[in-house]
Design a protein around this ligand. Structure first.
Ligand SMILES: [Zn+2]
Length: 167
């Protein structure tokens, strides 16, 4: 019908990963290649890389902010569970590689942990901003990898990163 772009939804609702990708490929096959595709509700960093490899252009998902509200923080250096006692006196930012308002704003892990544990809304906000920035960095890397024809290498890195996050 000549729409300027197309949305795909209803995936990643409990089916296994391979079924999700099979369904995505089926939907993608019916869409014009010269229009942007928006995938709703997906997903993990590895899902993002895999779905970008399938031709998805735009994403939205609750994962970065929901994880942040539960204290699960994503950094390129590895996962942080901010409520852990390991961060009680940790004066470092969440990530040295991040320029989000929490990391660049001088907020230490110990203070963010305090905000989280005392249910201060500022804690959830800063942690959410951090995880969203992680995702925008991820998408920038996906765009660079596509331009450099190096998406497979990025996938390997993000896959290894995902294993660390699960550990
Ligand atoms: Zn940050």
């Amino acid at each position: 019908m000549g729409f300027p772009g197309f949305g795909i939804g209803g995936l990643s609702v409990g089916e296994d990963r391979e079924d999700m990708l099979t369904s995505l490929r089926a939907a993608q096959g019916a869409l014009p290649e010269d229009r942007p595709v928006h995938l709703m509700g997906v997903g993990t960093p590895l899902d993002i890389v895999d779905c970008a490899a399938e031709g998805v252009d735009l994403f939205d998902c609750v994962l970065p902010t929901r994880n942040a509200r539960h204290g699960s923080i994503m950094t390129w250096e590895g996962p942080i569970r901010i409520k852990g006692t390991a961060y009680e006196t940790d004066t470092r930012p969440l990530s040295e590689q991040c320029d989000c308002p929490a990391c660049a704003g001088g907020f230490q892990r110990a203070f963010l942990r305090h905000l989280f544990r005392t249910k201060e809304a500022l804690g959830w906000q800063l942690l959410s901003l951090h995880n969203i920035r992680f995702y925008t960095q991820l998408l920038a890397r996906v765009r660079e990898a596509i331009a450099a024809d190096a998406l497979d290498e990025l996938r390997e890195e993000v896959s290894a990163w995902s294993e660390r996050d699960r550990a």
